[in-house]
Ligand binder design. Structure first.
Ligand code: F6R
Ligand code: MG
Ligand code: MG
Length: 373
């Protein structure tokens, strides 16, 4: 029987240093301590703690399946502890994403973002974990389309017979809370019709069409829809499997050789250029950005992250590479161009999306000043 292993990435903005900028070491240490203890107690098999800008990211490998109470409780308790430390240090936005007080079995709907994937381990299972800051889950729509449906991106779609049947995309309508599955190449135009609007339609899962093999899973949390008001952007995470009848690692990274535009950035209210960065640059600066993404490469082996002889997980910081210098440079150039436009669309998001920001408060104040025209 193939081994069943679950990859859970659960993330939360528990408070950050110098504004909504970066997660400082004391909070990362709390994450590390809690997960190391859970590993000793046998709750998880292995882990890696990192951050994307101001979001604390917990990568946990275990055998308990998706939406498991113990795993979600572990993440929730870890975030609570880190938020307490953030409060003690008077860090900024301490406990920002912890929107509910009592844990009720699953962190979905409570503020933290979750991407999970239960896999039957293949002979060798290369995985990429993507994590972004100052943007929203729909930010993965464009790269997911390119990786799993665009033959100009993924040569394997044309020349690898194992990929011949294409891939199925499960798309969430985040407004109506309904999902639809569309198969590429046959339904590619319909897919683009939906996911071309990333603030509403979000690619949640991708599966290989011929055998339903799970290939990608993203977080789909919409904080504003939980809280009923603006509480920051949703800063998404995604898990992607690569190689051997799936897009190669290199094919999963090609979409990031150029910058592209995502919603979020300053006050969750602007279009911004996505900048792929190594972990050392995983911190938001100019205009609280530009929106950044990190990518970690690893192997799943016997229910764990493949590790060295001392038990340290082997992790490759994929965007820490000159191949992404052009995208970073483009991101800076696009950022400067957009910022020249100030608060005028299309630099600022359209008014329908601004309803989910702090703008309605201002409109409320102006309401009585409007007279019939
Ligand atoms: C965007 C974000 C930041 C803040 C901005 C204002 O997701 O977190 O851009 O919206 O720094 O923050 P406050 O209102 O906390 O001063
Ligand atoms: Mg923050
Ligand atoms: Mg964030």
């Amino acid at each position: 029987m193939p081994e069943k292993t679950t990859i859970s990435v659960i993330k939360c903005d528990v408070g950050s240093l110098a504004g909504h900028h970066t997660v400082p070491k004391p909070l990362l240490e709390i994450g590390e301590e809690c997960l190391r203890k859970a590993e000793k107690e046998g709750i998880i098999n292995s882990h890696y703690v990192f951050h994307a800008g101001d979001d604390l990211e917990l990568l946990m490998i275990h055998e308990r399946g998706e939406s498991n109470r113990e795993i979600h409780k572990l993440a929730w308790d870890t975030f609570q502890k880190a938020a307490k430390k953030a409060r003690d240090l008077k860090l900024y936005g301490a406990g920002q994403d912890l929107l509910k007080t009592a844990f009720s079995g699953n962190v979905r709907g409570m503020g933290p973002g979750v991407a999970e994937m239960e896999i039957e381990e293949r002979g060798s299972d290369p995985i990429v974990i993507f994590a972004a800051d100052k943007t929203e889950p729909g930010a993965f729509n464009y790269p997911m389309f390119r990786i799993f449906a665009d033959p100009t991106n993924t040569a394997g779609l044309i020349i690898d017979p194992d990929m011949a049947g294409g891939f199925k995309f499960e798309v969430l309508d985040s407004i109506k809370n309904k999902k639809i599955t569309l198969k590429c190449p046959e339904e590619m135009y319909e897919l683009i019709a939906l996911i071309g609007s990333p603030s509403r339609y979000i690619v949640a899962h991708v599966r290989r069409a011929r055998d339903n093999l799970i290939c990608a899973s993203t977080s789909t949390t919409k904080l504003s829809l939980i809280a009923g008001k603006y509480v920051g952007k949703d800063d998404p995470v995604a898990i992607v499997r690569a190689q051997h009848g799936l897009p190669a690692l290199g094919e999963t990274l090609v979409p990031f050789m150029h910058s592209y535009f995502v919603e979020g950035w300053m006050r969750g209210s602007h279009w911004g250029p996505l900048m792929p960065v190594g972990l050392k640059d995983s911190k938001c600066t100019a205009f609280d950005g530009p929106p950044r993404m990190v990518a970690l490469g690893l192997q799943i082996a016997h229910g764990k992250i493949a590790s060295d002889d001392h038990g340290n997980p082997l992790i490759s910081d994929l965007f820490d590479d000159p191949a992404f210098d052009l995208a970073r440079r483009e991101a800076v150039e696009y950022a400067v161009t957009l910022r020249r436009m100030g608060e005028f669309e299309p630099a600022r998001l359209g008014s329908n999306i601004m309803e989910y920001t702090t703008l309605p408060k201002l409109l409320e104040r102006l309401k009585d000043k409007f007279k019939p025209a």
